[in-house]
Design a protein around this ligand. Structure first.
Ligand code: FMN
Length: 191
């Protein structure tokens, strides 16, 4: 937990299947509300499918209008998408999409528990990972949802989170491992 950090630069090397399976098993060990275990883990490593998804996500963000009160982060995404340079998955060779029934009240909470387990498992395997939210924000986008339907994600499911995974393209080939003291978060003990 101390050494887990997000990786946003990846080598093109694919991730071994047994390592991806280990990460997914870690996600499946996460707690879920009422032990319902409704999260659907969709693991995409097929380069053609990833390329298609990158293109669709780019096109859909590229169509969006920049509005006055929009967060600068979103403005940058839309501008990059319109310029054809937005790659939502940082070109990682593996993408894990977590979906859950749209009407299930704990869909995001359950997904977040699974995400943390998977990020810790990836770190343990010397793999880099990063939570990317750009697919989740398109969970009502018909073009993206129609494509996800071809991958077995039904319209009743909602994209709650997604994780990119791969080998870090950093000088030592490892994810960043520095230990940071938390600077935010309020903690209140009532003794
Ligand atoms: C709910 C959530 C959403 C996030 N969405 C994104 C994202 O869309 N793109 C991204 O690059 N990082 C995203 N992150 C990663 C955070 O930016 C990152 O965890 C945070 O800056 C702390 O850095 P660290 O992970 O390296 O410790 C997200 C993290 C969380 C928990």
């Amino acid at each position: 937990m101390q050494t887990r950090h997000s990786t946003r630069k990846f080598k093109t090397d694919s991730v071994e299947k047994n390592k991806l399976e280990y990460i997914i098993e870690a996600g499946r060990m996460a707690p879920s509300g009422g032990n319902t275990q409704l999260t659907h883990f969709v693991v995409i490593t097929n380069p053609g499918v990833l390329a298609k998804l990158i293109t669709l996500v780019q096109e859909e963000y590229g169509k969006m209008e920049i509005t006055e009160n929009m967060l600068p982060y979103m403005v940058n995404i839309i501008k990059a998408a319109a310029a054809g340079t937005f790659v939502f998955n940082y070109n990682a060779p593996a993408l894990v999409i977590l979906t859950s029934p749209r009407t299930y009240g704990n869909n995001f909470a359950d997904s977040a528990c699974a995400m943390q387990n998977m990020m810790l498992a990836a770190n343990e395997l010397n793999l880099g990972s990063c939570w990317v939210n750009q697919l989740r924000w398109l969970h009502d986008n018909p073009v993206v949802m129609d494509f996800l339907a071809t991958l077995g994600i039904s319209q009743d499911e909602m994209v709650c989170a997604s994780l990119v995974v791969g080998y870090a393209n950093l000088p030592n080939g490892l994810p960043i491992r520095k230990v940071n003291e938390p600077k935010g978060y309020k903690v209140t003990f009532i003794d």
